[in-house]
Design a protein around this ligand. Structure first.
Ligand SMILES: CC(C)(COP(=O)(O)OP(=O)(O)OC[C@H]1O[C@@H](n2cnc3c(N)ncnc32)[C@H](O)[C@@H]1OP(=O)(O)O)[C@@H](O)C(=O)NCCC(=O)NCCS
Length: 180
């Protein structure tokens, strides 16, 4: 398996892959092919990786720029964060480690790019194995159920700008493509 950055030539195959992967499953996530295309149009994509197996696109993961806002009563500060969505693996190749490899490779690249925090909506039984936790996202106000909204700190000493120091929760702002 080869994990590499997506190129424009991969886009048609990525779309087919996402449609196939999300055909029946939701897995607690609202990702889909249309979301990926809207994120590209909005230029919100910060990392898009594909997994190639025997020369075919077998998996895809996308990370986009989002923001965490200070409460309105405080000095205005907006801290950058990263949204993980969607991740998809070809149905016939699922449960062979491709999704995990894409997530780990993506997180490693984001760490190298000095990103602070990644947020994901999904199944905790899956995402906790990569270090995501609902506790990390607890100080954030989101439109999602708190038991499926998770965060992962990429740095040992993360910026306090997103964690929240007072009682007020910080709001998350997703790219418009999410339609939230
Ligand atoms: C979720 C997904 C990306 C995981 O990729 P993968 O390559 O199949 O997963 P991995 O082989 O790395 O990991 C396997 C583990 O994932 C978990 N898992 C995979 N698909 C799952 C599903 N639909 N429901 C619950 N758990 C699932 C299992 O716990 C499995 O663990 P096991 O090996 O102990 O059974 C892939 O199954 C997929 O594309 N699903 C459809 C689209 C989707 O729901 N995407 C996630 C939401 S954005």
């Amino acid at each position: 398996m080869l994990i590499r950055e997506e190129t424009p030539a991969d886009r048609a195959a990525v779309r087919l892959l996402i449609e196939a992967a999300f055909g029946g499953a939701t897995f607690g996530c609202n990702g889909e092919a249309g979301l990926v295309e809207r994120l590209r149009e909005e230029q919100a994509v910060i990392l898009s990786l594909v997994a190639e197996v025997d020369g075919e696109i077998a998996g895809h993961i996308l990370f986009s720029r989002m923001w965490i806002e200070q409460p309105a009563s405080s000095t205005p500060v907006v801290a950058p964060a990263v949204a993980l969505a969607p991740v998809a693996v070809s149905p016939r190749l699922q449960r062979k480690g491709i999704g995990s490899s894409l997530i780990r490779a993506g997180l490693e690249r984001l760490r190298q790019q000095q990103e602070d925090i990644v947020l994901v909506l999904g199944e905790p039984a899956y995402y906790t194995r990569f270090g995501f936790s609902v506790e990390t996202a607890r100080g954030l106000e989101s439109p999602f159920p708190p038991d499926a909204f998770m965060g992962l700190e990429l740095r040992a000493a993360p910026s306090r700008e997103w964690t929240g120091l007072g009682n007020e929760k910080r709001k998350v702002r997703y790219p418009a493509a999410f339609g939230l």
